[in-house]
Design a protein around this ligand. Structure first.
Ligand code: 3PG
Length: 308
């Protein structure tokens, strides 16, 4: 089988070498399309592929149509909102992600961003400590749980809300206080870190009504997706409350304007960096390659995210 690694944002060298080894040791052929700049390059290359490994690369219906031999797509990472599941399912192409493999990297960035904005993005002047403050974790999955653990280690009181976890013990066993609703989470938490996927239910769900509930000095951290943010609502809060701060790993289109208007109350990474560590690259890459070779060996579909 031909297994194509197509990444507009390339993996670390060790991650690519690791995929190649797993693929070739299993008797398959390894193809690579890294740092491509035009979707047309992906469309041409995918025509040969039986399997595809991507990061945030957009796997649209056009890509799927061009991929006549494709049997499996693995998103080396957590969020699979970049993959057209309907087109894949219609062709019975299995789609998987590699949950948990890059979570620590994202969680570490959350802590780094919390500290950076609390120190006025390293501008001279008096900042504040995160020790002793409240932290709200919005969505308690792989990343949210690590953020909660690190928050506790830093002396924070940690709350969490997740609409899919109704058993309070899931939070309490980690020393985390369950919030009954998003409203309660935002009211209690000086810092809120969001960790939900982007989908029809979550799009634009974080906006004025929740953010206006945050205590004085409220800080929102977004390492999830820009689509979950209602940018108009965030702008309204920025305008109304001079104490509000926002740090994001997924810059909105208005990022430059916000930087100018809100100065060190707003922090955005130049490109999504949550999973940009050698460790996360290697973990996600090797997991993706292993999932594909297992699928071709015995049909294993663990971590399949689509149904057909
Ligand atoms: C993910 O969903 O796994 C993260 O957002 C990382 O995405 P990336 O592979 O594009 O950095």
């Amino acid at each position: 089988m031909k297994i194509l690694l197509a990444t507009e944002k390339p993996f670390a060298k060790e991650a690519v070498e690791g995929i190649k080894k797993i693929v070739e040791d299993a008797g398959h052929e390894f193809l690579a399309l890294e740092k491509y700049t035009d979707k047309a390059q992906l469309i041409t290359k995918v025509a040969e592929a039986d399997a595809l490994i991507v990061r945030s690369d957009k796997v649209t219906s056009e890509v799927i149509d061009a991929a006549k031999n494709l049997k499996i797509v693995v998103r080396a990472g957590a969020g699979y909102d970049n993959i057209d599941l309907t087109s894949c399912s219609a062709r019975k192409i299995v789609v998987m992600n590699t949950p948990g493999q890059n979570s620590n990297a994202v969680a570490e960035l959350v802590i780094g961003m919390m500290i950076a904005v609390s120190r006025n993005c390293f501008n001279p002047g008096t900042g504040s400590e995160i020790h002793g403050k409240t932290l709200g974790v919005h969505a308690y999955g792989n990343v949210g749980r690590i953020v909660a653990r690190y928050g506790k280690a830093l002396g924070m009181t940690v709350y969490a809300y997740d609409p899919f976890i109704r058993d309070k013990k899931e939070f309490e066993k980690d020393g985390v206080i369950p919030a009954e609703s998003p409203e309660e989470l935002y009211s209690k938490s000086k810092y809120v870190s969001i960790h939900m996927p982007a989908n029809e239910q979550t799009k634009k769900s974080i906006g004025y009504s929740l953010l206006s509930l945050m205590p004085k000095g409220g800080v929102l951290i977004n390492t999830a997706r820009k689509e979950v943010i209602d940018e108009e609502g965030v702008e309204k809060i920025f305008e109304e409350r001079s104490d509000f701060k926002y740090a994001t790993d997924i810059a909105p289109s208005c990022s430059e304007a916000w930087k100018e208007k809100y100065g060190f109350r707003y922090l955005a990474t130049p490109k999504k960096m949550g999973a940009e560590t050698a460790e996360a690259n290697i973990n996600a890459a090797l997991a993706a390659a292993g999932q594909i070779t297992a699928f071709f060996k015995d049909g294993t579909t663990k971590f399949q995210v689509n149904k057909f």
